[in-house]
Write a protein that binds this ligand. Structure first.
Ligand SMILES: Cc1cc2nc3c(=O)[nH]c(=O)nc-3n(C[C@H](O)[C@H](O)[C@H](O)COP(=O)(O)OP(=O)(O)OC[C@H]3O[C@@H](n4cnc5c(N)ncnc54)[C@H](O)[C@@H]3O)c2cc1C
Length: 550
């Protein structure tokens, strides 16, 4: 933290750090309201983790729902969010639903601004979105969810494919260019400048423009992503030993130190958004690789080192991620670390795709992470060899000596479930969300389309899955305008945090596909509105013409 210099090197209204969904949206909205905006980006290009994402957006009460007359009442939506965010605190009779005040306020601010944020960006020509009208909430079967379908949007030109996030970033980037907003690449927000009252009035840049002091007359907006790529901070704060992350490599948690320097209060530092990840691919391919967000195939099961299934393979990525950490006194600390996906030749031929960390390889790929054998006995031998070769992060895991016998029992039991269509152990394919996720790469044709008995004949295939994270959840607490809050409850004037660089009010939840990108956009909208003189700021700036449409 630095004090006000005698002379600023450059003067802006708003300085934005980061070019993911949060930073780009904040910049476009602030500029559309007349603010002179500078964006700094630590990486040599735009996009952050957003660029790697699907670009799905979970937008309660969105404009498509309103036009279609699909009700999404506020109280029920907040109950749904709160129940998943803090299952152990949730109390429907409590005024904050049992949540800490800031988390409840954060959820309410998300609901209250989500539709407006997206509509504003659409009307500015900054994004083009379509309605995934049938896509279900992950827990739409819960009684709290009165609007189980209709909240999910996607970038129209991404066409529901894995390039959605890239499309979203390109569109937002183009909007910044049309608005003549300068982006300085390889340049980071390195320090904050505060006045005598502790308000943030400027920033010091690092990287290409090292030491440059820029005034931010209306505020600095941090949108620097999570600390997922900072191994030391992960080790210090997270309560679980993740083996890797698919977040953008530059997301090392810079905003933590910056907000700490101005006295910010922190929350949810132990939490992460989880996904299984192919251990050998993350080891070899690192930053370019993505977690296994969706496991494909009807004749594919996931077992632990003891040969037992431990979860529904069609559960959401966040729930699959949780399965790695179930403890066991009788076996070892983490009997489910790692997990092993096993599938038959039919799945191998029908469900292969090079997308979203699919363990089943696309035709023509070099499937170095896949273990193949003609018989289950040989598969066991080969899996055992691979486990020995895996990194210490997996705790020197070995297959249990009864793995083969247990696997046979597991496969027989699973075949029975496939025949009846009911997974009595884990409810595979038992909810609309599980049916949607299980059918993501291709639909099966069984009684329950997500289940089919593995073939009695080889070859068989396997891949090793470990616990990954795609975001951390913790950081500085913010108020409903995105302003950073101190431990005494006062706000740090002039300092905003949006997206994943600050504490997410969703805590332990994954409400459905799309809540991270949506939260980044909506929190950016709230912060940009306030920083540029929004509805609750009496010194509103003069409204400028909107960014020209495309
Ligand atoms: C494979 C994958 C798929 C996903 N799919 C979805 C999905 O469909 N829907 C969804 O909601 N979520 C999804 N997510 C999560 C989602 O992409 C992210 O949580 C979200 O995009 C984060 O946006 P952000 O703006 O907060 O940060 P980011 O997009 O990560 O942007 C942060 C930027 O800040 C920059 N930066 C860092 N430090 C500094 C600094 N000091 N100064 C300046 N710049 C800095 C970084 O270089 C980066 O460009 C997915 C994630 C992954 C990995």
């Amino acid at each position: 933290m630095q004090s006000v210099p005698e002379k600023w090197d450059e003067i802006y209204d708003v300085v934005v750090a980061g070019t993911g969904a949060g930073g780009l949206a904040a910049a476009v909205i602030a500029a559309s309201r007349g603010a002179k905006v500078l964006i700094v980006e630590k990486a040599p290009q735009v996009g952050g983790t957003t660029k790697k994402s699907f670009g799905f957006m979970w937008v309660p009460n969105n404009h498509f729902m309103q036009e279609l007359g699909i009700a999404d009442p506020r109280d029920a939506a907040l109950r749904y969010m709160a129940r998943l965010s803090r299952p152990s605190l949730y109390d429907p009779t409590h005024e904050t639903l049992g949540l800490p005040q800031w988390e409840f306020d954060g959820l309410a601010a998300h609901y209250d601004n989500a539709a407006d944020a997206v509509s504003t960006l659409v009307s500015l020509g900054a994004i083009d979105v379509s309605h995934a009208a049938e896509f279900p909430d992950f827990y739409g079967h819960l009684e709290e969810d009165e609007s189980p379908v209709g909240r999910t949007l996607f970038p129209t030109n991404g066409n529901l494919s894995p390039i959605g996030g890239l499309v979203l970033v390109q569109e937002l980037h183009e909007a910044t260019q049309r608005a003549n907003i300068e982006i300085r690449f390889d340049t980071k927000l390195a320090d904050l400048v505060t006045d005598d009252e502790g308000s943030v009035v400027g920033a010091v840049l690092g990287g290409h423009h090292d030491g440059l002091r820029v005034q931010a007359r209306r505020g600095v907006i941090g949108a620097t992503g999570s600390f997922a790529q900072n191994a030391e901070l992960r080790q210090r704060y997270l309560d679980r030993p993740y083996i890797g992350t698919c977040a953008a490599p530059t997301n090392t948690g810079d905003f933590l130190d910056l907000t700490r320097s101005v006295g910010a209060d922190f929350a949810s530092m132990n939490l992460a958004m989880q996904t299984p990840i192919l251990v050998e691919r993350i080891e070899r391919e690192g930053d370019d690789f993505r977690g296994s967000f969706v496991l494909p195939g009807d004749a594919l099961i996931v077992v632990n080192r003891y040969g037992n299934r431990v979860c529904s393979e069609t559960a959401s990525y966040h729930d699959l991620g949780r399965a790695f950490f179930e403890g066991s006194e009788s076996k070892s600390t983490y009997p489910n670390l790692p997990l092993i996906a096993i599938w038959d030749e039919d799945v191998h031929n029908r469900y292969g795709a090079d997308a979203l960390g699919n363990p089943v390889p696309a035709a023509g790929a070099d499937p170095y992470w896949v273990i193949t054998a003609d018989t289950l006995e040989d598969l066991e031998t080969e899996i055992a060899k691979r486990l020995v070769a895996l990194p210490r992060a997996l705790g020197g895991s070995e297959l249990d000596s009864d793995f083969g016998a247990s696997l046979q029992t597991t496969l027989t039991r699973y075949a029975g479930f496939a025949a009846s269509g009911i997974d009595e152990d884990f409810g595979r394919g038992s909810t609309p969300a599980q049916l949607a996720l299980g059918g993501f790469f291709a639909q099966g044709s069984g009684v329950n389309p997500t289940m089919r008995a593995l073939s009695a004949e080889g070859p068989y295939h396997a891949a090793i899955l470990g616990p990954g994270l795609f975001e951390t959840v913790g950081g500085a607490i913010t108020d409903p305008h995105g302003r950073v809050v101190r431990a005494d409850g006062t706000v740090v004037k002039g300092l905003y945090g949006v997206g994943t660089c600050v504490a997410g009010p969703w805590g332990e939840a994954a409400w459905s596909g799309g809540h991270n990108v949506a939260y980044a956009l909506v929190s950016a909208y709230r912060a940009a509105l306030h920083a540029s003189g929004g509805k609750d700021d009496e010194s509103a700036m003069v409204e400028a013409p909107a960014v020209a449409g495309r």
